[in-house]
Design a protein around this ligand. Sequence first.
Ligand SMILES: C[S@@+](CC[C@H](N)C(=O)[O-])C[C@H]1O[C@@H](n2cnc3c(N)ncnc32)[C@H](O)[C@@H]1O
Length: 198
Amino acid sequence: MEQFHHPRPVRTDSRAGWQPTPERRRLLAGLSGRVLEIGAGDGVKLSCYPDSVDEVVLVEPDPFLRAAAKGVAARLATPVRILDGDLRHLPVEDSCCEAIVCSLVLCCAARVEETLLEVRRVLAPGGELRFYEHQRSGNPALALAESLVTPVWSRAAGGCHPARDTVVAVQQAGFVIDSLDRFAFRHFSHVLGVARPR
Ligand SMILES: C[S@@+](CC[C@H](N)C(=O)[O-])C[C@H]1O[C@@H](n2cnc3c(N)ncnc32)[C@H](O)[C@@H]1O
């Protein structure tokens, strides 16, 4: 998915040589209990979930990507449930997950504040949000460039908004950021972080 940032022309881990990036491995390191990954894509990260995870629940609206994820899940020991669903109405009950994983998906949310409300709803007390996302650049010229490319980029890349200030959105949704790394990936600013409901 990093190659294209688009839900359809994805690589699956059945392709020789394709591996999740180190950032995606770090995103999942140390997780335990039941973990919900939203906008999960083709399941290429599934093999990176640690053994301490009891169950992985994937929510993905695209049937092509759900089918790809199902193929990956069949080869794993950890139980995986794959659900159809939308970021604004996650198809799981309140307070049911120890962690929620968002990987290049908050940038695709039409209303990111609604998605983060849903994340709060389904997180168990003491739970954490793990995110690996586009982040508006701190450099004003680059931020302007990100804003300028958004109309075309968004249409070509599954609704992605590279100029979105994801960190501020997470904080405004009532989360405290526990840790945050900022880095550039393929010319766009990204963040890798952990946050907890206040
Ligand atoms: C850029 S891809 C990232 C996929 C995956 N998380 C990854 O890191 O490879 C964005 C994903 O968000 C999903 N998505 C887009 N809009 C969505 C929505 N409204 N509800 C749920 N998922 C959505 C897409 O189907 C796609 O799988």
